[in-house]
Design a protein. Structure first.
Ligand SMILES: Nc1ncnc2c1ncn2[C@@H]1O[C@H](COP(=O)(O)OP(=O)(O)O)[C@@H](O)[C@H]1O
Ligand SMILES: Nc1ncnc2c1ncn2[C@@H]1O[C@H](COP(=O)(O)OP(=O)(O)O)[C@@H](O)[C@H]1O
Lengths: 145, 111, 145, 111
């Protein structure tokens, strides 16, 4: 697959379910194991939720573009927004010792993904790139055998 | 994609059963249902998660709030029947041990 | 909803299920009745299949871009390809009296959609625009009442 | 998204049961299973569509081919258990009356 799958949704939380469905379907069809798929879906959901909350500050009708590429063992997702750019050092999880609501999204992303980078080197908005090495159906069958 | 909520009162325990995906678009609905349960004379507040296969950080945040409300109100706060997907998220958040978690709703309701 | 939902897939028949799922999800969330949704999904599937067969002549790794807009009572879908442009007069269903395989896709599209237009007025490929007046959940409830 | 196929032979009748969406990516698989059934001594070939909620023009085209194969081989060709979604597509194609269509697989197999 060299042509990626792209999905663009409005920045409304009600479309997060749509983006999860698309990704589920895509990962299923690539024979990515269920538990891995679940975690990748979580990261994409959290990244989009952060775009809605922080980049678009709750505005529901701005574009969020997600691009999914599966190439070999690499699953790559890019999330592009055109909202407020922030000081990248601000993007960080809370201290997990401190049990309080919030600050978990970026922790999930950092914990699950192998590589996470935010790029604001453009006129508007941010491009988030997340990469995860995955075992597709083929690879995991070989491992079992 | 919204969640369904069901309330079950039995004696001085109340169970909130959640069905559906808990995400940014639905966690407020769960929060609105959960918050008032700590203001009444429920000794035990149980959230039955058997119908939830997906929860994100906003859902977890709401349950952490529940924990705080229970500390303030002296009611017990318990989670029941975590599906593997939900359990995994709690584990990544390192929060599984912070909650009282039960295999089933019935066990969570046992005195 | 003024931001449309966009989905871009490779021109491989295996992604037709993905595009159907996305549309199903979107129409569900807009409370479009099931039977209407089913027919709209059929049209989009047929249009994409035609792009794969005729515009890309079976090549599986070219982009197909679908854009869905629901505005008021209008459901609009646009299918963009970058393949072979054809003589638009060639795009027509077979005579239905003549029972034979093939030639049904465009018939479904013409029968179901209120407005269908193909535009080749660009350097590469075709933009197909299909519009259907729909009753959303709200409208149909009013009709029942 | 692929279809599952099951073959059931009983006497001189054979039933092909299809499960899943029949679209451009799966109709060839159905065609490959259907074609050989007309080359043997099956008096009746039934396609059970109870497990199909979606069919597109490529699926319909394959069934029209089945009709032609049955004319050539003198075997009967019958469709059974069309779901509402599939029936609707046949109706838009104005092909419902061209096929022998039965409510259930059992009725299609009755002599
Ligand atoms: N897309 C983003 N744009 C700007 N700031 C962000 C973005 N994502 C995360 N942040 C910053 O990182 C912090 C931690 O994010 P997160 O762990 O998801 O928790 P929360 O969103 O609940 O605060 C946020 O509070 C915010 O300051
Ligand atoms: N996207 C397209 N690009 C070029 N030609 C097309 C396209 N869609 C349809 N056609 C033409 O219209 C004809 C009828 O299409 P259709 O009814 O879908 O039946 P089929 O694809 O089975 O032939 C096709 O055979 C083709 O010549």
């Amino acid at each position: 697959m060299s042509q990626p799958i792209k999905l663009s949704i409005p920045s409304d939380p009600k479309y997060l379910g749509l983006i999860r469905k698309v990704l589920q379907e895509l990962l299923d069809s690539s024979d990515v194991p269920d538990d891995t798929a679940r975690r990748l879906i979580l990261c994409v959901d959290e990244a989009c939720a952060n775009v809605i909350k922080h980049s678009y500050e709750g505005s529901c009708d701005e574009p969020i573009e997600a691009t999914f590429t599966i190439a070999g063992d690499d699953f790559k997702v890019q999330i592009r927004d055109y909202g407020k750019q922030c000081d990248l050092s601000q993007i960080k999880p809370r201290d997990l010792e401190d049990i309080k609501p919030g600050g978990l999204g970026t922790h999930f992303i950092n914990e699950i993904m192998d590589d996470v980078s935010y790029c604001t080197n453009r006129t508007k908005g941010t491009l988030l790139t997340m990469i995860k090495k995955i075992k597709t159906g083929l690879t995991s069958t070989q491992n079992k055998g | 994609m919204s969640i369904d909520l069901k309330l079950d009162k039995a004696g001085d325990a109340v169970t909130l059963s959640v069905n559906g995906d808990i995400d940014m678009s639905s966690s407020t609905k769960m929060r609105d249902a959960l918050a008032p349960l700590f203001h009444t004379d429920n000794k035990v507040v149980v959230v039955d998660l058997s119908g939830v296969s997906y929860i994100d950080s906003s859902g977890i945040a709401t349950l952490v709030e529940g924990l705080q409300w229970s500390h303030n109100s002296k009611n017990k706060f318990r989670l029941a029947a975590l599906t593997p997907g939900v359990k995994d998220v709690f584990e990544i958040a390192r929060l599984l041990t912070v909650f009282e978690v039960f295999e089933t709703k019935e066990l969570a309701l046992a005195p």
